[in-house]
Ligand binder design. Structure first.
Ligand code: G3P
Ligand code: MG
Length: 247
C-alpha cells in the first residue's frame, strides 16, 4: 500500500527548473518550467558561508559563475554579485544565484510544486538539512502543495526530519543499494529517487511493492520515460520536461 504522507506529485518534474531550456537552478529556469506547462520542479540547494540557503548544485563556484572558490567559504552578498545566465543565452543575462526564499516566491506566484534537493558541501550534511527545513517551515506557502526534500546524504535527511518532520523525504541514490529498504524505513522516507539508467523492471516493482514511490532522474527521452512508466515508475525528473508532458 502506498504511504500517504507524501504530497501528490505529477509524473513529470522539471530538473534544475528546466535545465535544457534555461540556465540551471535560476529563477528563469523555474519560470521556464512553468511556461512549458510543468507542475513541479526539482532544484538543488546548499548553504553559503553565512548560512543562507541558495539554489546551487556544485560545491565549487567555478562551473556556474566562472570564478574560483567554494560556496561554503563565500557569503551570499558576494555570490549574488555573479551573473550566471548569459552563458546559456543572452536573453538570460542578468540572472543571479537565487536564495531558496526567492525561489519559493517564484513558485508561489506560479502555483508550482517543488522537490528541493539538498546538496551539502563536505562537513555540512546536518547543518544544510536543518537550514533548508527551517526555511521551508518559515516560508513555504500554504497555497502550494507540500514540498518534497531529497538528498543523497542520510544525515541530511535525518536533520530535515528533526526540524520539519511533516515534510516528505526522498532518499536519492544512483544505484539502488542492497539495504535500500532499511534506509528508507530508518529515514522515514516516502520515496526513492534513483538514477534511471540503473533501474530494471524488477527493481522498480520491488520498491513499489514495498509501498514507496519511485522517481527517476534524469530522463530526457520520450522512449525512456515510456519504458520507466511501463515498469511502474511514479515520476521522472527531466531537463526537457516538455518532451515528456504528452505522457
Ligand atoms: O534530484 C535528482 C537529480 O537532480 C540528482 O542529481 O546531480 O542532477 O542534482 P543532480
Ligand atoms: Mg538535483
Amino acid at each position: 500500500m502506498m504511504k500517504t504522507k507524501s504530497t501528490t506529485v505529477p509524473k513529470v518534474i522539471g530538473h534544475r527548473g528546466a535545465a535544457g531550456h534555461a540556465p540551471e537552478n535560476t529563477l528563469a529556469s523555474i519560470k521556464k518550467a512553468h511556461d512549458l506547462g510543468v507542475g513541479w520542479v526539482e532544484f538543488d540547494t546548499k548553504i553559503t558561508e553565512d548560512g543562507v540557503v541558495i539554489v546551487f548544485h556544485d560545491d565549487k563556484l567555478e562551473r556556474i559563475t566562472g570564478v574560483s572558490g567554494e560556496v561554503t567559504t563565500t557569503a551570499l552578498k558576494d555570490i549574488q554579485t555573479f551573473e550566471i545566465g548569459a552563458w546559456f543565452g543572452e536573453e538570460f543575462s542578468g540572472e543571479r544565484v537565487p536564495t531558496l526564499e526567492q525561489a519559493i516566491q517564484v513558485l508561489a506566484d506560479r502555483g508550482l510544486g517543488a522537490n528541493i534537493e539538498i546538496k551539502p558541501s563536505p562537513g555540512l550534511a546536518r547543518k544544510s538539512g536543518r537550514a533548508v527545513a527551517a526555511v521551508l517551515n518559515k516560508a513555504w506557502p500554504d497555497i502550494l502543495p507540500k514540498p518534497i526534500v531529497s538528498s543523497f546524504e542520510a544525515q541530511t535527511l535525518e536533520a530535515t526530519r528533526e526540524v520539519a518532520p511533516d515534510i516528505a523525504r526522498a532518499l536519492l541514490v544512483f544505484k539502488i543499494p542492497r539495504n535500500w529498504k532499511d534506509l528508507l524505513k530508518r529515514l522515514d522516507c516516502d520515496a526513492l529517487h534513483a538514477q534511471a539508467k540503473h533501474l530494471t523492471a524488477n527493481k522498480v516493482s520491488a520498491v513499489r511493492d514495498a509501498g514507496y514511490a519511485l522517481r527517476a532522474f534524469t530522463v530526457n527521452e520520450l522512449a525512456e520515460a515510456e519504458k520507466l512508466f511501463d515498469w511502474g515508475v511514479d515520476a521522472v525528473i527531466s531537463d526537457y520536461p516538455d518532451r515528456l508532458l504528452p505522457l
